[in-house]
Write a protein that binds this ligand. Sequence first.
Ligand SMILES: NC(=O)c1ccc[n+]([C@@H]2O[C@H](COP(=O)([O-])OP(=O)(O)OC[C@H]3O[C@@H](n4cnc5c(N)ncnc54)[C@H](OP(=O)(O)O)[C@@H]3O)[C@@H](O)[C@H]2O)c1
Length: 408
Amino acid sequence: MSQGLPVCSGIQLKTTPHKCLHLSVALGKRSLVSHRAFLVRGNKRVCQQASPCPAARATASTVCSTAASSKDYRDRKPEDVHILVAGATGYIGKYVVKELISRGYQVTAFARDKSGVGGKSDQNSTQQELDGASFYFGNVTEQSSVDAAFSKPYDVVISCLASRTGGKKDSWDIDYQATLNLLNAARQNRAAHFVLLSAICVQKPLLEFQHAKLKFEAALQAAGDITYSIVRPTAFFKSLAGQVGIVKKGLPYIMFGDGRSAACKPISEADLASFMAECVSDRSKIDQVLPIGGPGRAWSARDQGEYLFKLLGKQPRLLPVPISIMDGSIAFTDFLVRFFPALEDGAEFSRIGKYYGTESMLVWDSQKKQYDADATPSFGKDTLEEFFRKAMLEDGMKGQDLGDAAIF
Ligand SMILES: NC(=O)c1ccc[n+]([C@@H]2O[C@H](COP(=O)([O-])OP(=O)(O)OC[C@H]3O[C@@H](n4cnc5c(N)ncnc54)[C@H](OP(=O)(O)O)[C@@H]3O)[C@@H](O)[C@H]2O)c1
């Protein structure tokens, strides 16, 4: 073995369908671990980091683990698997923490001192809400603070971080840089697997937060020494809930154009959290980009408006708004930004509004140049029908803390 590589206590050779030999190392002592796999060609070993072969990584991860023991963490009981969740206080992150705890994992929630929508939760209330987790309170935007979260080893790191505003700078600060800080620390501390909450809309990137997410996805995929699952969900229920109160008051449902230009297969917080937890344990999700929607059909805005009125037993009142209004708003705010740069986020929010009025949250078929509902995988059991029924007729928007970023 070449200079600088650790002594192996376990070696496994495998032949993959595409004829590479993969050598994985499994080391007994954590202090000796260098979490690497090597392609073997003839008698030459090539560091797997330099290889584009994803199967090599998947093979390696089944025999090589770096945290508390020499075994793949997936072979251990959940109570012996340590997971760090960043963005633990977000709409999805909270559910991910709870889901992992219910599956028996050792979960550490990474949160800030004041968290949640409007920063209204202090450390105590965060600890109460995420009962059963351990906590690290720090600042994801500072590498040193993120590094300090790794005072103990983690097998898996999960990021549910996201800009709360979707503004340009905030997107780069959080969706890219803060998440990269987390990846840096995960690699430095030899975590085995990284699960990323991304978004299906990055398939057609037109917005700043989408570019920031894609740049991070690329960094994660290029890392080579840590496996990944990139989860790209369709719309969340909260993103479709904004007009429930409006319709309840008897006002019309507002939609762009005829309300058929965009559709989604919405997924609930609980189902998405469950899917993300599967990414921790399911080997078939190693090194995968995973678009995911909820159960049932795809819903256009018109479908949603009509359904809300049906629940009330009333004739639908739908108010079409021309897309050109958004174009006008974008052009106007872009003009203002030339003189008042501080308004640049306003222009970005107009773009975000137009994007969600015109682009579907479904898998994009690049050959046919259209969105494909059938190609968008479904997961879970919570339906939009039931969510709308409860929101409209029972407990309103309880539990749906929309926040600034309700739509993305
Ligand atoms: N809405 C949709 O329909 C939809 C659909 C598909 C994908 N997505 C994607 O899902 C993600 C949004 O998930 P979500 O709704 O769960 O997000 P969220 O509720 O806004 O939560 C964001 C998390 O990131 C943390 N965070 C944000 N800014 C921070 C900062 N400056 N410092 C420290 N932590 C910070 C928040 O912490 P605090 O609690 O301390 O603020 C929170 O834990 C986005 O990536 C979005 O693109 C959304």
